[in-house]
Design a protein around this ligand. Structure first.
Ligand SMILES: CC(C)(COP(=O)(O)OP(=O)(O)OC[C@H]1O[C@@H](n2cnc3c(N)ncnc32)[C@H](O)[C@@H]1OP(=O)(O)O)[C@@H](O)C(=O)NCCC(=O)NCCS
Length: 382
């Protein structure tokens, strides 16, 4: 091998390394935000970091990934670990977002590599699952994501008070509210993420967002609802909390003051609220929570096993046997090598028996345990 060959190989290695996904340096954070704002939010007055203070803030730099070529950022994605409390345990979910490659550099595999780097960071952070929100279904299917989980949207297109005597609430349309009062209601959800009051304070200042609250006669906040989030979710109430009667009154108030129909986004397990709105004639649409990929099958399955045991089901089988997933009960074992089929079985939205015909014992166990109630609130979407 002569000297020139050695030099060429070294240059190739340096070039490859330069284009490998990595976290932006401290000095690169603002350039990264400029790149994202220019490519994903052209024309806005602030920056995209104002819309995503918890995933694109300076303190989240370690979760961001960029590809730099010739000193310029050409691609980006961010991975935000979300700790989700559910009735069957705590799940760690990696939210992926702000995926973009600059126009001149597309179709060279940059986004694929950057997402792979985010998924590897999610694994290192002990995430059970990764989730993202997109309409590029086929692009993400190639990387093992599949539509799964349950999301219900309800069209609020009418007065919901029906002229009936309802308790008198005072409604306030303002984001200047005490974060801890909102946190108290948020924590009453059966599925919620871990949030601090400081984080709620930051979320309350997201632009293009309308915050409405209902207060009882003793001056206590009894419901909140949030519509809009930066450039996203205009007309969608994506965060809410409180008793269903106060919420229904609050939604009716928001529709009247905003003088437009709104859509409430809710988890499939919010049966009371959905039934209440449906009984008033509101149109209900059942869809998917997002595109999901299992990151750590072992820890994810262990949580499902624990729940099964708590329900007295000691012979549930759910395991990853070298890329073949085995599931069932006792000696009745089914298998698939498709992680995407499995993610639908575990997260729904369909019931397991609607997806496959199982023997009665397995059906009975699966119907008790699955689908898992997973939900990511709008403020946590990345
Ligand atoms: C989608 C996007 C991030 C892809 O970036 P990229 O660096 O070109 O992606 P890669 O080179 O890794 O992959 C390109 C592949 O994805 C496919 N692809 C690109 N855009 C697609 C789309 N809208 N729908 C389906 N597939 C798409 C390409 O056809 C190509 O496939 P091929 O390799 O079989 O030819 C880029 O087009 C982009 O920045 N778009 C605008 C912002 C956006 O939509 N972001 C996604 C938000 S969820």
């Amino acid at each position: 091998m002569d000297g020139s060959q050695v030099s060429r190989i070294q240059n190739a290695t340096i070039d490859e390394t330069a284009k490998a996904p990595r976290a932006p340096t401290e000095a690169e954070w603002s350039t990264t935000i400029d790149f994202l704002t220019r490519n994903l939010r052209p024309g806005i007055s602030g920056t995209i970091a104002d819309e995503y203070p918890l995933s694109l803030g300076r303190s989240q730099r370690h979760n961001m990934r960029v590809i730099v070529d010739d000193g310029q950022i050409i691609a980006h994605a961010v991975m935000k670990p979300i700790v989700v409390k559910t009735p069957i345990g705590v799940f760690k979910v990696a939210g992926l977002g702000s995926v973009v490659t600059s126009e001149n550099n597309r179709n060279q595999g940059h986004s694929t590599r950057i997402i792979e780097s985010c998924l590897s960071a999610a694994k290192d952070a002990d995430c059970d699952l990764a989730i993202l929100w997109t309409d590029l279904f086929d692009f993400y299917r190639r990387m093992g994501f599949e539509l799964a989980g349950s999301e219900v949207s309800v069209l609020i297109d009418r007065d919901l008070t029906n002229g009936a005597a309802t308790p008198t609430f005072k409604f306030v349309d303002s984001s200047k509210i005490a974060p801890d009062a909102l946190l108290r209601l948020f924590q009453q959800h059966s599925v919620s993420s871990h949030r601090t009051t400081d984080e709620i304070r930051a979320l309350l200042s997201i632009p293009n967002s309308r915050v409405s609250t209902a207060w009882d006669a003793s001056g206590k906040m009894v419901a909140y609802a949030i519509e809009g989030k930066g450039a996203d979710l205009d007309g969608y109430v994506h965060e809410w909390g409180g008793s269903s009667s106060s919420l229904v009154a609050l939604l009716s108030h928001m529709r009247a003051t905003q003088k437009r129909d709104l859509r409430l986004i809710a988890p499939g397990h919010a049966h009371n609220l959905i039934a209440k709105l449906e009984s008033q004639g509101c149109e209900v649409h059942r869809g998917y929570l997002g595109m999901v990929k299992i990151i750590n099958a072992e820890s994810f399955f262990a949580k499902i096993h624990r729940q099964a045991r708590a329900l007295g089901i000691s012979d549930l089988v759910l395991e990853d046997s070298g890329g073949v997933f085995k599931f069932g009960r006792g000696k009745n074992i089914y298998s698939t090598s498709s992680a995407t089929d499995l993610v639908k079985l575990l997260l729904g939205p369909e019931k397991p028996t609607a997806l496959h015909s199982f023997d009665p014992a397995t059906s009975n166990a699966f119907e008790q345990v699955l689908p898992i109630r997973l939900w990511i609130w709008g403020w946590d979407s990345v």
